[in-house]
Design a protein around this ligand. Sequence first.
Ligand code: PHB
Length: 398
Amino acid sequence: MTSRRLVLSRSAALIGAASTGLLLPEIARAQGAKVRVGLMLPYTGTFAQLGVAIENGVRMAIAEQGGKLGGREIDWFKVDDESDPSKGVENASKLVQRDKVDVLIGTVHSGVQMGIQKVARDSGVLTLIPNAGVHAATRALCAPNVFRTSFSNGQPTMALGKAMVDRGHKKAVWITWKYAAGDEAFEGFKESYTKAGGTIVKELGLPFPNVEFQALLTEIAALKPDAVACFFAGGGAAKFIRDYAAAGLKGKIPLYGSGFLTEGVLEAAGPAADGILTTLHYSDSLDTPRNKAFRLAYAKSFKQQPDVYAMQGYDTGLLLAQGANAVKGDLANKAALYKAMESATIDSPRGKWTMSRAHNPVQDIYLRQVEKGENKVIGVAAKALADPGTGCRMAAAA
Ligand code: PHB
């Protein structure tokens, strides 16, 4: 056989093999095999219900795609990260090294996120952050393969200070859990409150996830500020709201917060939550067909009301599906996949949003007030707010 005929006959064999799906195992695997999706979320501890809401939201968005990503079926993998930063790298590595996931979705806690960020940067695995707001993830440690669908910790509180001063509250006490999320939420609050003419008379804190608030509430009563602003979330937030009222502060010193304070906790907090004003990138009562349809479908599927975490999980699923569809399921085509995700507009229950160059949402922040067990929207506190992305080289180069 001449070499030319050999080539031809080989090509014929190749074409035959391709048509029967036997050829080129990588391509076959990339486009035919199941997509391996890893969920690294808290399923125990003070943030347990946040993890569940996020998973529900992700699954709902994927179910709307017929349960597929870019036409491919999905294999799910799950790790409970316990909101324990000391196990962050180890847990993320379980999904990446052991389970060989194509996509890692996680997590809630900013300290744990730093472990995920390290594994994501070292491995290059596509990573979607469905909550944790730690600034570094979309600032100095930003990465082409990491996309956040939630917020940066300073974003919600950047809109809080002015709302407080507008209501005549010029002297405030700040209280939070002392870890990245609380400290960075304080950065946003401090900037917005002092710029609006307010003075922060005292910063109070306790270690995460401690809920012994009594001594600090006594201190607040003695300080007699015009208002209190805070960052708490999950089970700890419900307890803080109840303890604030039980200490006799409700009705005397108005309570404000980064909006997580009143997310997913209104039933547990009861009437103690009434009247609390917060700022956040979502509100239950957003009067749009998109939000109403989302809330109805979520309540039907999961027999409970969605909150900001469910919405963020849902948007994570939407972004992933949009990327996967753009490359027809070939997630190995990273350049095209990331480009599609970077330029996506997400038609979210929170309102439409886009990605900043550092891969953090550019979004509206709402002012909300708790009324009869619901976060009622009062207005837009900041329009199309972007995180500055300070130190992200991707942002500078783009
Ligand atoms: C965080 O640790 O980044 C965090 C946790 C819970 C929230 C918001 C931020 O509700």
